[in-house]
Design a protein around this ligand. Structure first.
Ligand code: MGD
Ligand code: MGD
Ligand code: SF4
Ligand code: MO
Length: 570
């Protein structure tokens, strides 16, 4: 990779692949030199290039100059008690420079958020076991024989990583027959929220097949015996009914993996629950039990800590934090939203909208999204082609570099410029210069030692099983990503998907309700979905009317799938 090519541009979107594009004459194309990108970029990147970016600031939906909107922001910040200001940042652009405004708001004394709407519970589970959350080098994945795709829609959400491994033998664990499930030797069409049970069942089989890695267990771990006790608590056959998985398929998997190097690619599916952290810890403990960690081939991949090994160049220490999913916007006198669309993405839409209506909202973003409807002031952020940035990856170890390949619209402002302006207005000191920050992230290649000194096996597990609460007329609620949009960005799909055996017809209008809310949808049929589930895609404008805003057990993160749905034909 040539880090000093001034024509490269990072895809800023929230995605495992972290692609790099390059300006070639008039065209922006995939950078073939980038070790992951190689081939062409995806539909979402094409959509981003055609995006209708904000070109003006607004107050009460009236166009104003950028300067007027900034004056207004300063006035508001001066007259509001800092604690009553909420700084709310989303994942619209994952460049490192997006963190700069947070350093201003922390210094100013605003309330910040903690936790995540995304991968937080899984990250916690992995970190509890290993002490950190980083992925092994991509070569370990490429060199492995068998890849288990566990709750990840691999071909859709990491298309370039998939391209590097597409000829491998796959095993998929997913309630939906995804494209990768169709390509797999075995598809475990699991009941939602039973992955911890499957991990325990696998552990039993591994023991019977003599596949435990005694060396790793003895030298690099603690608690393996207790973990194995957990796995032995229930008769093996009892797992068939709860997980929906046949023991013969499990046997088949062990025949397949015996003597082979194995990788597990984890996605966010199995962790969107109250006990998501421990569910993940159970999976990672199974992986440790059979010795997938610390090897030259294989390992376990998830959304890793992309900042691992880097120092924070934008400090944002504060004790003033609220849980991200639980934010009650109405509690603040001023809400500053950056790069997020909580009206669609955050849990419990009804509560989100009521909250936004009862607060003064300043939106800082690149597009006019659903949340802008409730914004009193809109400050247009400069688009990704016009600002310097570095995109670190949570999917693999390579970064992508963004140069400003176009001149910015002077009526827009970048995150760094806004931060600098705010620091100046408030006489704050110690903001690192833009070039110093960019160059730091660009040039540093931190040592990423993925070896685990001491793995802490999961020793206790208590999960409230959704299958015990569910009656036969209820459905599990699944969320998934689509090829054609990136969370709430670009064109969304607002249908409710279910299996044709569920008694509804294509085009039916239904009211879906959970204990947290209700919304109406039009039905689409899809027999790839397990019969006891419904699927709503990320970006669906009604989906989050059905979700609970409470945080998970351990990591202040959202629990989107902790709900059972009833459908009523309208
Ligand atoms: N094209 C595209 N790419 C994206 C995104 C996008 O919106 N569009 N979003 C990006 C973001 S923000 C993220 S976080 C990543 C997420 O990337 P993924 O983790 O691949 O995201 P999902 O599509 O939610 O895939 C989760 C899979 O888990 C399955 N699943 C759901 N519940 C369970 C369960 O209880 N157990 C098991 N075993 N499986 C379950 C679902 O059916 C689904 O196939 O993708 C990123 N990439
Ligand atoms: N129902 C449902 N809800 C979900 C999910 C789901 O699968 N289903 N997925 C969850 C997950 S995994 C995630 S990560 C979250 C994502 O949720 P959010 O963080 O809210 O992300 P987006 O929905 O993509 O909205 C991003 C907004 O950022 C703005 N933006 C884009 N680029 C820039 C930029 O350069 N600067 C600034 N300032 N703004 C920019 C755009 O205006 C865009 O509308 O949603 C979560 N919510
Ligand atoms: S695959 Fe992901 S990182 Fe690559 S261009 Fe598409 S959205 Fe961007
Ligand atoms: Mo995400």
């Amino acid at each position: 990779m040539n880090l000093n090519n001034l024509n490269t541009i990072a895809c800023p979107l929230d995605c495992f692949d972290t692609c790099e594009a390059i300006l070639d004459g008039e065209n922006i194309k995939a950078n073939k030199e980038h070790p992951i990108t190689k081939s062409k970029l995806c539909v979402n990147f094409a959509n981003l290039l055609k995006e209708d970016f904000l070109e003006n600031a607004f107050i009460n939906k009236q166009k104003i100059n950028l300067d007027e909107s900034l004056d207004f922001l300063i006035k508001k910040l001066e007259e509001t008690e800092p604690k009553k200001v909420l700084y709310y940042k989303g994942a619209g652009n994952l460049g490192v420079m997006q963190s700069s405004p947070k350093s201003f708001f922390a210094k100013y004394g605003a309330t910040l958020t903690k936790g995540s709407l995304c991968d937080g519970a899984g990250d916690e589970g992995i970190s509890l076991g290993r002490g950190f959350n980083i992925n092994p080098p991509i070569e370990n994945l490429i060199d492995s024989d068998i890849i288990i795709v566990w709750g990840r829609n691999l071909t859709v959400t990491s298309p370039h990583m998939y391209n590097l491994i597409k000829d491998k033998t796959f095993i998929t664990i997913d309630p939906v027959k995804t494209k990768i499930a169709k390509k797999s030797e075995i598809h475990f069409q699991i009941n939602p929220k039973t992955d911890h049970e499957l991990a325990l069942l696998f552990t039993r089989f591994a023991y019977m097949e003599d596949l435990e890695d005694e060396e790793f267990i003895q030298n690099n771990s603690s608690g393996a015996e207790d973990f194995f006790e957990l796995a032995k608590e229930r008769p093996i056959v009892s797992y068939e009914a709860t997980t929906g998985i046949s023991l013969s398929d499990v046997s088949k998997m062990f025949e397949l993996i015996k003597g082979k190097s194995v990788s597990i690619l984890l996605g966010i599916g199995p962790q969107k629950y109250y006990e998501g952290a421990n569910i993940f810890r159970a999976i990672d403990s199974f992986a440790a039990f059979i010795g997938l960690h610390n090897k030259d081939k294989g390992g376990v991949w998830y959304l890793s800590d992309s900042n691992f090994g880097y120092e924070k160049k934008f400090q944002s220490q504060t004790l003033n934090k609220v849980d991200l999913p639980e934010v009650d916007f109405s509690k603040y006198d001023l809400v500053f939203i950056q790069g997020a669309n909580p009206v669609v993405s955050a849990p419990n839409t009804k509560r989100v909208i009521e909250g936004l209506k009862n607060s003064f909202v300043i939106f800082f973003g690149t597009t006019f999204n659903d949340t802008c409807e409730y914004a009193d002031v809109i400050i247009p952020s400069s688009n990704f082609k016009t600002k310097k940035d570095v995109r670190l990856s949570y999917g693999h170890e390579f970064k992508a570099i963004s140069n400003n390949i176009e001149n910015k619209n002077t009526n827009t402002i970048s995150e760094y410029e806004l931060t600098k302006y705010l620091f100046e207005q408030f006489d704050f000191e110690d903001l690192i210069s833009e070039d110093e920050a960019v160059n730091y992230y660009k040039n540093l290649n931190p040592k990423r030692d993925f070896h685990i000194e001491n793995f802490n096996f999961l020793e206790d597990l208590e999960v409230d099983n959704l299958y015990e609460d569910k009656d036969e007329n209820q459905f599990y609620l699944l969320f998934g990503k689509r090829k054609e949009n990136l969370n709430s960005q670009f064109e969304s799909d607002n249908y409710l998907y279910l299996n044709s055996k569920c008694g509804f017809d294509e085009g039916d209008e239904v009211k879906a309700s959970t204990s947290f809310g209700e919304a109406n949808f039009i039905v689409k049929l899809d027999d790839d979905i397990k019969e006891n589930c419904i699927v709503l895609y990320a970006g669906n404008k009604k989906a989050n009317y059905l979700t609970n805003y409470k945080s998970d057990e351990l990591s202040s993160s959202a629990v989107y799938q902790e709900a059972l749905v009833r459908l009523e034909l309208l």
